[in-house]
Design a protein around this ligand. Sequence first.
Ligand code: BGC
Length: 765
Amino acid sequence: MKKTTTLLILLALCSTVLMSFTFANPSGEDLKMKTFIENLMKKMTLEEKLGQLNLPASGDIITGAGSNNNIAEKIKEGKVGGLFNIKSAEKIRAVQQIAVEQSRLKIPLIFGMDVIHGYQTVFPIPLGMSCSWDMALIEYSARIAAQEASADGICWTFSPMVDIARDPRWGRVSEGSGEDTYLGSKIAQSMVKGYQGDDLRKNNTILACVKHFALYGAAEAGRDYNTTDMSHIRMYNEYLPPYKAALDAGAGSIMASFNEIDGIPATGNKWLLTDLLRKEWGFNGFVVTDYTGIAEMTPHGMGDLKAVSALALNAGVDMDMVSDGLLTTIEASLKEGKVTQQKIDEACRRILEAKYKLGLFDDPYRYCDVNRAKAEVFTPENRQAAREIAAQTFVLLKNDNQTLPLQNKKTIALVGPLADNRENMPGTWSVAGDFAKSVSLLDGLKNVLGNEANILYAMGTNVVSDPKLDARISIFGKPTKWDSRSQKEMIAEAVAAAQKSDVVIAAVGESSEMSGEASSRSDISLPENQKELLEALLATGKPVVMVLFTGRPLTINWEKANIPAILNVWFAGSEAGNAIADVLLGKVNPSGKLSSTFPQNVGQIPLYYNHKNTGRPLDEGKWFSKFRSNYLDVSNDPLFPFGFGLSYTTFDYKNLKLSDSNLTATGKLKVSVDLNNSGNYDGAEVVQLYIRDMVGSVTRPVKELKGFQKVFLKKGETRTVEFTLTEKDLRFYNSDLKFVSEPGDFKVFVGTNSANTLEAGFVLK
Ligand code: BGC
């Protein structure tokens, strides 16, 4: 990490801390807001109140001369509360002008967008970001995203997505932080802080929206939008904490998920949206549905639009994304006594409060400064930060014979369907990105190598061999660039390039839109045609480096067994190519660690490190035993475990020590380990601490992450890394859903990944 970026991160984070001290008299501010909104609401008709709850699709909005379209008319009539996914300060300003100049009460609109991993400067996909295990960096990326988005008209982002996901068939694993509750919660908090700072009124902070509430990541069979069904004890211990963490960090809005929970769609689930969210957690921001979430309750089997709109409002929904249900049916439901005026008022108040907190009533154009947009979006500084951040997210999965970093290579063959494809670098959900301006791997290698090496490029094969599948994944402005030559011809060209080279870099994997929303896969291996290419390249006898692009864990068993070096780069954003070149050429030493288990095959799914032991666990070191919990045809091991990631250097762990053999309810237990950089490069290591509660009133996982530190060591350096555990770290939800710890034996594990740790024990008194 360059000094400039480190300094910028420090400055940005310090200003966040300072802001918390300068937030003047919050209760006075609160009172002022409440009075303002009460007065405003007194003037509002029922229709205008329902208008505030309406978030229509803005696809057809035409501004300026053509502003007399349907949505513009609705805005004038006070029937729109906000719009989303419109890009540019000018456009948003023009639409806002309609609201504040031509509607009766001049209530400003709120403008949202899916700013998921960066705005125009795109950072790695969230799954990649989570592999940095670097909270300051993640917060900083969200800060830059907020800075850019707020300069360009946006004051509300539909992020962070904090759904725990343990099924890599689900395409949306790419949008979250992986399988772990503890890591996911920390990341959720960092992102909220990055977006919102501590003062939403500032023109460079934006409102976060935690999504998708709840359990969306547990869709059966990894099929998007599918049913979820889960015990409450699992929900509370494993799936709900990241949402709660994001709200505790101050997130001002939350999005209901598409799936059902306990047989009732989240959008109409009163237990979820009121009993848990409002009563138990004390959330006072607003709830928005997901896209057509209300209307989708009809095919879920919950009734017609009128019935499901009332269901949603009564459950606790405040804003209706795209269904038009609250706007068009609630008046009738009110007359019939199916909803109350109080419910409508509560929802309306929450939307107005969010607008107030964002400062939109003081200045509706606060986020539409065209000059700021020109000066602050996609700047060289932000791109430099994206490059440095991206390099921290790559996970080195294999590096036999120190194949990497590449040194003194005169001729490099760069082969593969993702080697020269700028549009596929940003990854899924990069709404504001300018894909053509992304840096491809070919661009990046040329930039970093200059005249030092000769690069021979060949596409080698298509992403997939089936043109119908190719069409499905060549969407949203991200074509795979289908080449109609025969596979044989393309491979022959690649092999010829390889034969003339000192090393082969194979840029293979998924294209951007093979993961993300509605991109579930039942087979998560590398497409056969790409494997054929790899086989042909290996047959040349040249060293092959596989640069793996992916939005999910993949079953790459054959690749792991046969290819000497594998660098997993996810989808790394605008600066992908430069960042990958920096790592391949050793300018940056990789330090990413997996936040999701890679399974050996789809049959093992769900496979995650913090599973339960069962009554018949397989003995350690065994592959199979009859009448034990295992498979006949595959071991229980993952292909790569949670927390795994190599470095160009090596790290040794020694002397795991506990400050005591007992921990009391008010005490502290220090856990320390000596970490030595025993290899030939300076580098960073994520030291991971796990615990196991040996005996409980309910069964406890075999390991649970409870701490981590990313430590940078010069080669040869040794450092003692210290963690502190308290009784609070050992709490969990028991069968009464009470958050408790239970005295008894605990194990503590510290190591380089979830499967390779040193071990000690203590007793909670
Ligand atoms: C997605 C959300 C997204 C929304 C608005 C939906 O299809 O599930 O994650 O925020 O669209 O674009």
